[in-house]
Design a protein around this ligand. Structure first.
Ligand code: DGJ
Length: 689
């Protein structure tokens, strides 16, 4: 329950280590007071009576201090809320009421017919924030309605961390000094995008294990924007929400509402590593469905067979996968409609009669008979022009009258904002999941929006938001109707990874880049925010067939992929008996360490920067280290790895060497993983004795 001052104008939310305080002035301004270590209500009240700087007339004292800056009045910083009606633009609200219960706080303001409610919910040390806009007056256009604005304390020398990328090179961590002005990241592509994960972190002097880190992550799977601003007086605010531009999200007629996605914020004084562990724990506890259940080892057919698939060949792969210890067999693209290449078939979600004459059930039964679960690939939001669906409904795609329909990968985007499209997809997918014993759906999305028009609709702009709402509604409904089916979020690799989609899928496809060395950097970035429990990683063929032809050992490929949810994606029909036997051992080892990887605390011991790198997972009295050596230069010995998260007074036995190590020695002097040469990898399991 939040602490509330007697006058009902100062509120303090408290987590296990952190506090968050806000204050309402007599002029109905909602000011940010504190975000950082725990404080008392008396501390917050002392902050509340501090006078605002006397800045007029060229600066506004409100800038950089308001919880949810609106457009209008004496404000020059970026507004979180920008609205217009027939008569006027901007907002001048009055406070109406607050409600506090359990871990939540709601503050309601009103401007004419528009009620603005700011929501806060404390989830351990993560503050979830979002806003609802309820209109009971004349039509209001929401030009911009961000989820939240976060305010950082006055400090010198802020640094910004972000996860940038592109296809096959997602989630790469960069850190730079913040300077005056704004740094804007986001997506105007209709999906979360490969280019940025919707996350930022700010610090002034943090290291991997020490110092204050502020992080913010948005739960939205469409276009989005996060703006980090260093204002003229050096104050820093982070504003974010759905949509990229300020040109209109939705129109609200009388009686209509909009709820923004959640923008979650975390303060940690445990450095980047501590912040990551807190984010991981939060997602496992509050975001990811059934996160207490470990994810199975899967096989995916994509790199093995691409579009050239047949039932017999999938059965052969399944037999080899089962023999290796795989628990879930997924048939990727190519099983449906006329999908013999990427030029046809998307939209026709019935098994290809030449390839699967009896439908999917015989293959699913075969896979089940081998002791594995059975999964399929779909891309429901898309259509090939060469498909029965498009021939029947050419008006169902996003398009503008009289303009060309841009084809990426020979496909167009269905307009999911249309009720008929959403209904069709529900019926088709529900029928598909009822037609065969399907346990798993890999849900892909392989192109960005380019022609986001909707000729019959008076306000086509709403298509951007409503596409995402429909996607969420479909996933929720399918999960409700088929509770035994798990879902994977994929978008040409990691193009749709965010807290929104993660709350309704079981794991995500991290990247189409399955090169085990490139993956270390991608996984390093991914781990800044998301846990290994959702990070799918496959062992594929060597030389790598998808990207760079790099040759690597099975050992290196497996240890790289074992840092997440292990999968196998190579052409097993071409693997030798020795390779299959070795793979069986690695899969078996993964199953032993899986609880630690998927549910343990992650420590990044050394980042992948050309030399040795390592991660460590700790769960109870057990720990496992995965270590890699990209290249050993000048014959230099590889440094010992200092472990973390252990009891210095305990002793630990190493499973691989049989050696007993003292906890204090492991923590302060480390252990050698036995790495040498190029592209080497090692696993060390230690158990407290
Ligand atoms: C893109 C995905 O990321 C791949 O894993 C694969 O499913 C292909 N699409 C299939 O078209």
């Amino acid at each position: 329950m939040p602490d509330i001052s007697e006058d009902g104008r100062t509120w303090l939310l408290t987590g296990p280590t952190s506090g968050y305080a806000i204050h309402l002035t007599d002029d109905h301004e909602l000011l940010h007071l504190h975000w950082g270590p725990r404080i008392t209500l008396a501390d917050a009240e002392a902050l509340a009576v501090r006078p605002l700087p006397d800045y007029w007339p060229f600066e506004s004292p409100l800038d950089g201090r308001e919880e949810y800056p609106v457009e209008g009045g004496p404000r020059f910083a970026r507004p979180a809320l920008s609205v217009r009606t027939q008569e006027r633009r901007g907002t001048e609200w009055r406070f109406e009421a607050y409600e506090a219960e359990d871990d939540a706080l709601r503050l309601r303001f009103r401007d004419g017919g528009l009620a603005v409610t700011l929501h806060y919910r404390m989830r351990d040390d993560v503050v979830e924030r979002w806003a609802t806009l309820d209109n009971d007056g004349p039509e209001v256009e929401l030009l911009r309605a961000d989820s939240a604005t976060w305010t950082l304390p006055d400090r010198d020398g802020w640094r910004l961390s972000q996860l940038h990328g592109r296809w096959a090179a997602e989630s790469r961590l960069v850190r730079s000094d913040l300077t005056y002005g704004e740094k804007v990241i986001g997506s105007r592509r209709g999906h979360t995008g490969h280019q940025h994960l919707p996350w930022v972190a700010l610090d002034t002097d943090a290291t991997e294990e020490r110092g204050e880190v502020y992080g913010c992550a948005l739960g939205w799977s469409g276009s989005w924007r996060i703006a980090v601003a260093q204002l003229p007086d050096a104050r820093v605010q982070i504003t974010g929400g759905a949509g990229y531009d300020d040109s209109g999200l939705l129109r609200l007629a009388a009686g209509e509402s909009f709820t923004t996605p959640v923008f979650a914020g975390l303060w940690s004084d445990g450095g980047y590593g501590g912040a990551s562990r807190a984010w991981h724990a939060y997602q496992r506890m509050y975001v990811i469905p059934d996160a207490g259940e470990d994810r199975p080892v899967l096989f995916n057919s994509w790199e093995a067979t691409e579009f050239d698939i047949s039932e017999e060949q999938q059965r052969a792969l399944a037999r080899r996968a089962a023999d290796m210890g795989v628990e879930l067999f997924v048939v990727d693209d190519g099983w449906f409609g006329a999908r013999t290449s990427d030029r046809a078939g998307l939209g026709d979600w019935t098994p290809n009669p030449d390839r699967f004459p009896g439908g999917l059930k015989p293959l699913a039964d075969h896979v089940h008979g081998l002791g594995m679960r059975f999964g399929i690939w779909v891309e429901p939001e898309m259509v090939n022009p060469d498909s029965d669906l498009y021939r029947a409904h050419p008006d169902w795609v996003q398009h503008q009258t009289g303009r060309k329909r841009v084809e990426f990968r020979n496909q167009l985007v269905l307009n999911l904002a249309r009720d008929d499209v959403r209904d069709y997809l529900w019926e088709r997918l529900d029928a598909l999941l009822s037609s065969a014993p399907i346990d798993y759906v890999k849900w892909d999305f392989n192109r960005c929006f380019t022609d986001a028009g909707w000729p019959e609709e008076a306000y086509p702009q709403r298509l951007w938001v409503d596409h995402v709402r429909s996607l969420y509604a479909l996933l929720d409904r399918l999960r409700g109707a088929h509770p035994g089916v798990d879902f994977e979020s994929c978008s040409g690799g990691g193009g749709r990874i965010d807290l929104g989609v993660m709350s309704r899928t079981d794991q995500v496809w991290t990247s189409d880049n399955t090169d085990p060395l490139d993956r270390l950097a991608i996984q390093h970035g991914f781990s800044q925010i998301h846990p290994a429990r959702v990070m799918a990683a496959w062992v594929t063929d060597s030389p790598n067939t998808q990207l760079n032809g790099r040759v690597s050992t099975l050992r290196f490929r497996f240890v790289s992929a074992m840092a997440g949810v292990l999968g196998v994606g190579g052409d097993l029909t071409k693997w030798t008996d020795d390779e299959l036997a070795e793979a069986r051992k690695w899969v078996s080892l993964y199953k032993e360490i899986r609880p630690l990887v998927q549910r343990g605390d992650l420590y990044r011991l050394r980042p992948p920067q050309g030399g040795p790198s390592a991660v460590q997972y700790v769960l109870g009295g057990e720990t496992v280290v995965l270590a890699w050596l990209e290249a050993q230069h000048y014959g230099e010995p590889v440094p010992a790895l200092r472990l973390r998260g252990l009891d210095p007074t305990a002793s630990y036995e190493c499973r691989e060497t049989g050696e007993v190590h003292r906890g204090a020695v492991l923590l302060h002097h480390g252990v050698r993983a036995g790495l040498s040469g190029d592209l080497d990898a090692a696993v060390l399991q230690l158990r407290r004795i």
